[in-house]
Ligand binder design. Structure first.
Ligand code: ADP
Ligand code: ZN
Ligand code: MG
Length: 472
């Protein structure tokens, strides 16, 4: 490759507030067309906006989630444009004074991708095109849904940088309760700005902005396509023009949508109907204090303090609920590795088979912590622990009670096992003979016979030791 790609992102995220940003309409995905609208969000003349305090709070949290600075002063502006999905013919946004400034996310290769700022704005409606009737209809349910736009510096140099960043920021926003980050539902939408320059150059080329990317995979395909398209233009002595393009998922290509607007095209001016937002240092400190521990910090704790392998730590942090459950369990029983194993293998198996999520689980982290302790203390065997987990998962209940009721408590008395071993040896003389002649596989068969007679409460280690001894 003779060209170095340079990429910057603009990410729109819907905030998880109960109501819209400037009115009291419900903020929820879906619903019949135009059922969640009122005079304010449908742009009736004479109505006044009222800022949703929780939207401000969540936007500030997005700043903390990305190590940015939350500003004491931020203010709203009008961005004017005519399009049928925007009934007011202007969008309320923040232009000069965004809610947060700075911040960064470190991606897989250790490089920091810097965030320029995060601002608050309102979403527009949706146009529904009916090709058969040849008409377009407007659904205003999404009008006035609170958004943040996260604008990065052009720090990305590869598809992998971008994809890792998008996955990490989505996870952090979910942890902070800012956004559910469902790209396929459009609650998180990524616009990608791409330019290329000759390798070794420091002067950035002209960029194209690609809209409409609704998955991490689509982001990768769109970037690859766009790099090749621009390289071909430059190779043929042409110049890349600054424009907005749309990615077509079916064709895997991008098409020009419109030439890039400049800020002055939008006739920005201060929003006269909303006073500036003032957050005192105390307000900001209080919001910061309400943040949960972020995934990257948990990852560090799990790998460095708890000694978990990186892959396991990544699996645990991939869901906040799962990670919270783990943290509660290890607070009670700091057996980091065993609790991680039981959750990642057995609990996950049960979750996958039932299509439940960790929030639906009928037992508590304390129950899981106790179950692991029962297993490591030799009260129940490892296999019995799996069975107990399944019963707890299906019906709830306390691990010790389940163990008692189902005969899972291990019998650690060797004399009873010895009787059973003697009986098995006597009844299987041929097999014993064959084992002694070197057929090692027979051992497993004989063990099976012992456990079958001894029942679920048998201590497999004692049984194995006794059988080995008797076969000598
Ligand atoms: P504008 O104000 O014209 O929209 P910005 O400076 O706000 O431009 O940048 C918008 C986005 O484009 C940001 O994500 C930024 O990182 C990215 N960007 C800026 N210049 C380039 C470039 N030459 N190549 C790729 N991305 C760029
Ligand atoms: Zn409304
Ligand atoms: Mg911009």
């Amino acid at each position: 490759m003779r060209y170095q790609p340079v990429i910057g992102l603009e990410i729109h995220c819907e905030l998880q507030t109960d109501s819209k940003v400037f009115c009291t309409c419900q903020n929820e995905f879906g619903g019949s067309e135009n059922t969640r609208v009122c005079p304010r969000c449908s742009g009736m003349p004479g109505t006044l906006p009222l800022i949703n305090q929780n939207a401000v709070r969540l936007a500030a949290k997005a700043g903390f989630a990305t190590d940015g600075t939350v500003n004491n002063y931020s203010a709203f502006d009008r961005k004017n444009y005519f399009y049928p999905d925007l009934p007011k013919a202007y969008q309320i946004t923040q232009f000069d004074h965004p809610i947060t400034t700075g911040g960064y996310i470190t991606v897989f290769n250790g490089n920091k991708m810097r965030i320029h700022h995060i601002h608050i704005e309102e979403d527009a409606g949706k146009l529904v095109h009916d090709d058969y009737e040849g008409i377009s209809m407007a659904d205003y349910n999404r009008c006035g849904v609170p958004l943040i736009e996260i604008v990065t510096e052009p720090d990305f140099r590869s598809v992998e940088d971008v994809q890792d960043f998008v996955e990490k920021i989505a996870l952090r926003l979910k942890y902070a309760g800012v956004c559910d980050a469902r790209m396929e539902q459009g609650s998180m939408r990524v616009d990608v700005n791409i330019s290329i320059m000759p390798v070794g150059s420091t002067e950035f080329g002209t960029r194209a902005e690609i809209k409409n990317l609704n998955s991490v995979k689509a982001i990768g395909r769109a970037i690859e396509y766009e790099i090749n398209r621009q390289a071909e233009i430059l190779d043929n002595g042409g110049t890349v023009i600054q424009e907005t393009r749309r990615f077509n998922d079916n064709h895997g290509d991008t098409k020009a949508l419109r030439s890039k607007e400049e800020a002055h095209d939008y006739r920005y001016f201060p929003e006269p109907d909303i006073p500036p937002v003032w957050l005192s240092d105390e307000d900001i400190a209080e919001i910061k204090a309400s943040m949960p521990e972020m995934p990257q910090s948990r990852f560090k704790r799990y790998t460095e303090e708890y000694g978990l392998p990186a892959d396991d730590a990544n699996l645990i942090i991939s869901s906040k609920e799962f990670s919270d459950f783990y943290d509660e369990a290890v607070k009670i029983n700091p057996d980091y590795k065993q609790i991680s194993n039981l959750m990642l293998v057995e609990l996950n198996r049960n979750l996958n088979e039932s299509e439940k999520t960790i929030s639906d689980v009928a037992f508590s982290p304390a129950d899981l912590a106790e179950l692991v302790k029962m297993s490591t203390d030799g009260v129940v065997s490892k296999n019995a622990a799996k069975d107990i987990l399944k019963i707890m998962f299906d019906n709830g209940g306390k691990p010790m009670e389940i163990a008692k009721n189902n005969g899972f408590i291990m019998d650690n008395d060797a004399s009873e096992i010895e009787e059973i071993v003697n009986r098995v040896i006597a009844e299987n003389a041929d097999s014993v003979e064959s084992y002694k002649n070197g057929n090692q596989k027979i051992f497993g068969f004989l063990m099976g016979q012992v456990i079958r007679i001894a029942g679920k409460g048998a201590n497999p280690k004692i049984a194995k030791d006794v059988l080995t001894e008797k076969l000598k």
